[in-house]
Design a protein around this ligand. Structure first.
Ligand SMILES: Nc1nc2c(ncn2[C@@H]2O[C@H](COP(=O)(O)OP(=O)(O)OP(=O)(O)O)[C@@H](O)[C@H]2O)c(=O)[nH]1
Ligand SMILES: [Mg+2]
Length: 439
């Protein structure tokens, strides 16, 4: 089974150490020599803020904030409160209105919260104003996601991609953000070009770094393209899906490997490729980064080489967590993201995972209702798994299968389905090689 639990991976890699925009700055102090955090100083606490428009249903607002809280936890912060303000559109100056801001400020001061996390991207001026007003770290959704990626990235490519995303995030916000660039410049006015103001110098340094990272990625890209070419004409299958749905668990199951999987968002940032042989049909299976709603576009752009794995696949296996209440929205987010990266037209198998959890949740819900604890008659009853299967088998254009990677339910059927599709693709590619193995 997949490995679980916190790895305590607080180490910054040496190449990104000085460039990480780390949301954990005001919390545990980082040792400048080792780049590691002293986590004994207690956990960071975060306050969440969302400004949904007035039409957004309550359940959706709650679900979005649940996800933001999960992201915050993954980044190492404990959430102590959620603030919601329904507005037609966010306040241009401070994102929330004056009254709400005062409320947040009072709470932050009183509880000594270490950061405030906003469920949207903030502009440079909003960042600046909020920081001046609240006097704690201000983190927006994009930065939170980038920060998680920064902690997870291991390969040279992923690290370079994350760093590029960090600098692209930073560039338009230089006036609003921390002055940590001082350290990078080697400090002092001497580095400043003639007639340059500090902010101009900062911008120049960041732009230079962005150019450098782009060049470096091009180099790395060349290497991996050569690598991919050497894989020959083997059929390539990519696992895609929302984050935390069980892609890596499934990868491990199908390829008998040990890819890191855990109950946190974005456990996988690097892509992994394994050769799998099912009934004499060889193919390459790749596990890759999960998608999420409002994934910063710049992050998608920076992760181009990782996403190439998906773009160049012959078949996509779209994994869905059926036990998640928002699974339908997740499917839509994944399909939209695939469209965005130009991979929407590929053949696809839809794998509904975590049926064990769905059954468990349904049983718990039933018990709850039965005991009269939740006698909400307006609420539509949860469909049974059989009903869901019937609906989705009929509704989807792509082949559909329901499994539990964790409990090994229907895995043989999945293997058979996969074999059938890979073999068909293989025959298509090598029409003259009937019965032979191509390599
Ligand atoms: N109940 C249940 N849990 C599962 C199942 N498959 C995976 N999980 C759990 O779901 C969590 C996420 O699994 P991963 O395999 O890391 O998911 P992922 O899609 O690779 O996630 P990211 O890499 O973060 O995008 C882990 O805690 C798994 O143990 C399943 O069939 N049932
Ligand atoms: Mg994974």
């Amino acid at each position: 089974m997949a490995k679980k639990g916190n790895t305590g991976n607080w180490n910054a890699t040496s190449s990104t150490r000085h460039h990480t925009i780390d949301i954990a700055q005001a919390g545990p102090k980082r040792d400048p020599n080792t780049g590691t955090y002293d986590t004994t100083q207690g956990q960071e606490t975060a306050v969440l803020v969302a400004v949904p428009d007035k039409r957004q249903p309550e359940a959706q607002t709650r679900e979005y904030l649940d996800e933001l809280e999960f992201l915050a936890q993954t980044a190492g912060a404990e959430v102590t409160k959620r603030f919601i303000q329904r507005l037609d559109k966010p306040d241009i100056r401070t994102f929330v209105g004056e009254g709400k801001l005062a409320e947040i400020k009072a709470f932050v001061n009183h509880t000594k919260a270490s950061m405030v996390i906003f469920d949207d991207e903030l502009s440079a001026s909003q960042l600046r104003n909020l920081e001046a007003e609240l006097k704690v770290k201000i983190v927006d959704r994009s930065l939170l996601i980038i920060d998680i990626f920064a902690r997870r990235a291991k390969s040279a490519t992923a690290r370079t991609q994350v760093e590029l995303a960090q600098y692209q995030y930073l560039l338009p916000r230089l006036t609003g953000l921390w002055s940590h660039l001082d350290k990078q410049r080697g400090g002092g006015v001497s580095q400043r070009g003639p007639g340059e103001t500090e902010i101009e110098t900062d911008r120049r340094v960041v732009r230079e770094r962005i150019d450098f990272l782009k060049d470096r990625l091009k180099e790395l890209d060349k290497q991996s393209t050569t690598q991919r070419k050497s894989r020959g004409g083997v059929i390539r299958v990519a696992l895609v899906g929302y984050t935390n749905v069980g892609k890596s668990t499934l990868m491990n199951l199908l390829s008998r490997s040990e890819v890191f999987a855990e109950n946190k968002l974005f456990a996988t940032v690097d892509s992994t490729v394994r050769k799998v042989v099912l009934e004499n049909t060889p193919f390459l299976l790749s596990d890759t980064v999960g998608f999420i709603r409002k994934l910063p576009t710049r992050l998608i752009e920076s992760f181009k080489s990782t996403l190439d794995e998906i773009r160049e696949a012959d078949l996509l296996v779209h994994v869905v967590d059926i036990s998640h209440e928002a699974f339908e929205e997740h499917i839509a987010v994944v399909n939209d993201t695939l469209k965005e990266i130009g991979a929407a037209e590929k053949p696809m198998l839809l794998v509904f995972n975590k049926i064990d959890q769905y059954e468990l949740d349904s049983a718990a819900l039933k018990k709850h209702t039965f005991e009269g604890m939740n006698p909400d008659e307006d609420e539509t009853p949860r469909p049974t798994l059989a009903q869901l299967q019937a609906t989705y088998m009929a509704k989807m254009h792509d082949p559909v299968i329901f499994i539990s990677a964790q409990e090994r339910q229907n895995i043989d059927q999945l293997r058979a389905l996969l074999t059938r599709h890979v073999a068909a693709l293989h025959r298509q590619r090598y029409p003259n090689q009937v019965g032979e193995e191509a390599e």
